[in-house]
Design a protein around this ligand. Sequence first.
Ligand code: GUN
Length: 292
Amino acid sequence: MVLLDGKKVSNDIKNEIKVEVDKMKANNEKVPHLAAVIVGDDGASLTYVGSKVRACERVGFESTMVRLPHTTSEIELLHKIQELNTNDAIDGFIIQLPLPPQINTQKVLMAVDPSKDVDGFHPENFGRMALDMSTFIPATPFGILELLERYDVDTKGKHTVVIGRSHIVGRPMSILMSRKGWPGNSTVTLTHSNTKNITQIISQADIVISALGVPNFLKAEMVRDDAVVIDVGITRVDDESAPKGYRIVGDVDFENVSKKASFITPVPGGVGPMTIAMLLKNTLLAREQRAG
Ligand code: GUN
């Protein structure tokens, strides 16, 4: 079994990005500037955005965190987005999800200038991804592709089963794994809450990508010998003995599944850190495109 070490690979990527930023600085060029908008005070969202800001510092990017109260109206958020769209100092920005119920998420994501949409959530960028055109690929699926590539995992002709059809992970992942090229060229089954015989389908998978958010959903008896197992789950589970009062738990019963898998991601330290590294990569790309 080979551990797909997202912590290590994400550090490698951050070091590579830092080299590029140092070159920009040496040439007196503008460094990439990422902004993150967060509406409300959801603890998990604040943690993620905090990690994104710290990662920016680590590679030498500029960053701005825009905090808006949970009572923010859709119009107010749309105004903030217009400001960020037209602010020449900002190369890319993200709207941290989920948004409070009074705000229409799709409307908000469509207001982001596609050239600054480093999350790749705008329909134009999502469409470009589906059509194999160059674009910002959503950070979590992008991070999974990068892990598969850096560990030389064979995906061609394999049966990839994606669990979960979210716009952020499952749906784009299913498209990317079916694309021509590598990593890709898989035969993909996208499963979800209405899938019949899901355990039977999973048992036929060469590659399982679980983005369900149900702790320890994937058990050893469900996966084939030598399967490649990617765990996107990051559920907070109360644990009084843990320093923060909670633990982060994946979708996969790692202890037992790892005995059968050929490659597997741990939680934490697998897909999570890769997501942040790929957001930085998209922001670097955004800066380079704006510099022309
Ligand atoms: N919420 C959960 N994952 C993500 C992500 O990748 N980007 C944003 N903006 N919000 C999220």
